[in-house]
Structure formats: structure tokens, C-alpha cells
Design a protein around this ligand. Structure first.
Ligand SMILES: NC(=O)c1ccc[n+]([C@@H]2O[C@H](COP(=O)([O-])OP(=O)(O)OC[C@H]3O[C@@H](n4cnc5c(N)ncnc54)[C@H](O)[C@@H]3O)[C@@H](O)[C@H]2O)c1
Length: 334
């Protein structure tokens, strides 16, 4: 075993794949603010260069596939921490482009993990997973060791869950075989400034609709519940998980455990943005293919992450909505 990177006295060197994306760019802000040196690798498929600050001594941006970039790093680049966030994200995108999404999510994670175990010493690694891995189980809340329950392979919706589950298996297997200090971060719905609606994310779509004077469109009956956590609560916990050796080789739910129905979320968006636009319900069959399966609820059990690093989401949803709307030109006087 090549050993685990000790905490360096010099600035930490961090690699963030998918760093121009929504969560990635907030993580980059956080790492730079604490004095780390950051290399971002992003193919800009859904990420935006404008999400990141200008390059300088502490930030380098490589526009490339994550797998190609890590192969090219070879011996030249060494990192203390690697955050693998690059993925094809969002149910809409997965349904529209299943082959590309499945291959991206498995092959890129595999390449990043192989790169990490080839380094001496090995960096500590976060692998971004998703609450989707729980599938359509009906238990509430979901705990990390609960069973995962998927539909048939003919329902392409479940392919995203399966790719993230494979990434988790790979990460845990590298930990078992090589001692890779890896943490699996199972994100629940994460929201905030810079999130875009075009790949099917619900909150930016509601904000966009209300700002344009349109009724927010709720898929299904709107009674399904989710828990939304501000990205600025989520990102600081990722380095803390890596810097606690007891967290390595483990899976952590990360998110809020306060549920809200999607119809109420639409109403909260309207109210927060001083609008009286009511949501309209759209049957799933009109949005996705007939037979689309959604989940009535999805809530994380946060006991493990609270016990490990004291995680507690603090930012209220109304503030997230206001901040997201401000990035689209809204001001409180509107
Ligand atoms: N936002 C959420 O609510 C949520 C929930 C669960 C899991 N996640 C996971 O968190 C991670 C980040 O998601 P996000 O919401 O920031 O989405 P995002 O689409 O904004 O970020 C993904 C980033 O990865 C980049 N990317 C995609 N394929 C790449 C490749 N092959 N090589 C390099 N870069 C590539 C994209 O350009 C984008 O910048 C993903 O792994 C996602 O599965 C997010």
C-alpha cells in the first residue's frame, strides 16, 4: 500500500472534475477561499466557464474529458484531494441521451479512481453519488445501508441510479483492495445559485417560470415530497469528510432532511418572489414516456454524517430561492 496523504503544511492541491458545474464551482470557491490550489477539469457539456473565477496561481482550468485529463497528468501532477463530480446529471438528460450518460458516469469515475490509486501517495477522493441509488424504495428516511430497489432495464430512468451505484461499488472496492482513502457522497436534491433548469432541475425551472410571469409546471400531482439543501451548506462538508480518516471507505447521505411537496415548493417560489402565480399540474406521461415512475418521497437519514462531521444545513429555502432569482436579474423590489 502506498500510504495516505498526510495533511500538508503547504497549500493543499485539489483536483475538481466537473468543477465548472453547479456544485463543482461552489466547491472551487470554497477551496480557493481556504487557500488551496485547485485544478478544474471539465468538458463544459453542462458546466460553464463563467461559473469560475479567472485563472491565476491558485486556479487552473483544463477543458477536457476527466478520463483524458487524468491520463495526461501521469507523473507530472500530484494532488492531496480529488473531488470527482463530473457526470451526466438530471433525469431529463439521462432519458434523452442514455448511452452517453451511462458511459460517462461509469467510465469517468473508473478512470479517476485508477488515477488516484496509481499516485504515490494516494490522494483522498470524493466520489459524487446520488440519492437516486435508493431507487424506488418506500422507506423513509433512507439510511446509507438500506437496500436499493430499481425498476426494469426497459425503464431507462433507472440507468442513472445504476451508474451511480456502480461508481460506489468501484470506489469501495478500491478502498478495500488498495486502501484508497475514498468517501462516497450521496447527494440529495442540492439547489442554489448557478443551477440551471435546462436539464430538468425543478427549482431553477420554477424560479425561471415565475420570473417570466408563467405558472410553474409541476409534474405529476405535486404531492410528491423532496428535501432541498443549499449548495453552500453542502460543499464545506466535502473536505471535512476527506480530512477525517474515520470517514474513508464509507458512504454518506448529504442534504436536507426537511421535506416539502413539489406543489408547495412551487407556491413558495411564487410567494418568495412576490407573485401569486399558482402551479399547474402536468401528468408525467406528457413530460416523459408513458409509464414513467417517480417516487412519492425521498428523505435522507443524516445520523451518520452528523455523527462524523457535525453536518447541519442552515440556509433556508426562501433565501436560496431569492439568491437564485437574483442571479437572473430579480431584485426584492420587483
Ligand atoms: N445537483 C444535485 O441535486 C445532485 C444530486 C445528486 C447527485 N449529484 C451529483 O453531483 C455531481 C455534480 O452535479 P451538478 O448538479 O453540479 O451538475 P452539473 O451538470 O452542473 O455538473 C457536472 C459537471 O460535469 C461536467 N462533465 C460532464 N461530463 C464530463 C466529463 N466526461 N469530463 C469532464 N467534465 C464533465 C459538466 O460539464 C458539468 O460542469 C454529479 O456527479 C451529480 O451526479 C447532484
Amino acid at each position: 500500500m502506498s500510504g495516505v496523504n498526510p495533511e500538508p503544511s503547504r497549500p493543499r492541491r485539489c483536483l475538481v472534475t466537473g468543477g465548472a458545474g453547479f456544485i463543482g464551482s461552489h466547491l472551487v470557491d470554497h477551496l480557493l477561499a481556504r487557500g488551496d490550489e485547485v485544478v478544474v477539469v471539465d468538458n463544459l457539456s453542462t458546466g460553464r466557464r463563467s461559473n469560475l473565477p479567472a485563472e491565476g496561481p491558485s486556479l487552473r482550468v483544463v477543458v477536457a474529458e476527466a478520463s483524458e485529463a487524468v491520463r495526461s497528468f501521469a507523473d507530472a501532477e500530484r494532488f492531496d484531494q480529488v473531488y470527482h463530480l463530473a457526470a451526466a446529471v438530471g433525469v431529463k438528460r439521462i432519458i434523452e441521451r442514455p448511452i452517453e450518460s451511462i458511459e460517462t458516469n461509469i467510465q469517468e469515475a473508473s478512470a479517476v479512481l485508477h488515477y488516484a490509486v496509481s499516485c504515490v501517495p494516494m490522494p483522498a477522493v470524493v466520489i459524487a453519488s446520488s440519492s437516486e441509488v435508493y431507487g424506488k424504495g418506500t422507506k423513509s428516511p433512507f439510511s446509507e445501508d438500506d437496500d436499493c430497489l430499481y425498476g426494469p432495464t426497459t425503464a431507462v430512468r433507472w440507468s442513472y441510479a445504476c451508474t451511480k451505484a456502480i461508481d460506489e461499488y468501484l470506489a469501495l472496492a478500491h478502498h478495500a483492495r488498495s486502501g484508497l482513502p475514498v468517501v462516497v457522497a450521496r447527494f440529495f436534491n442540492t439547489v442554489g445559485p448557478r443551477q440551471v433548469g435546462e436539464y430538468g432541475m425543478v427549482l431553477p425551472n420554477f424560479v425561471e417560470a415565475v420570473l417570466r410571469g408563467r405558472h410553474p409546471e409541476v409534474f405529476g400531482d405535486g404531492a410528491q415530497t423532496r428535501c432541498f439543501c443549499d449548495v453552500r451548506d453542502v460543499v464545506p462538508v466535502l473536505p471535512r469528510l476527506l480530512e477525517s480518516g474515520a470517514c474513508h471507505g464509507r458512504v454518506f447521505n448529504i442534504g436536507s432532511d426537511a421535506p416539502i411537496s413539489i406543489a408547495d415548493l412551487a407556491r413558495l417560489v411564487a410567494r418568495t418572489l412576490n407573485s401569486d402565480l399558482e402551479p399547474v399540474m402536468i401528468p408525467y406521461d406528457r413530460v416523459y414516456a408513458p409509464g414513467f415512475e417517480d417516487l412519492r418521497q425521498r428523505r435522507p437519514d443524516l445520523r451518520r454524517i452528523r455523527g462524523a462531521v457535525g453536518f447541519e444545513p442552515r440556509i433556508e429555502l426562501a433565501r436560496t430561492i431569492r439568491d437564485l432569482a437574483r442571479t437572473r436579474g430579480w431584485s426584492a423590489s420587483d
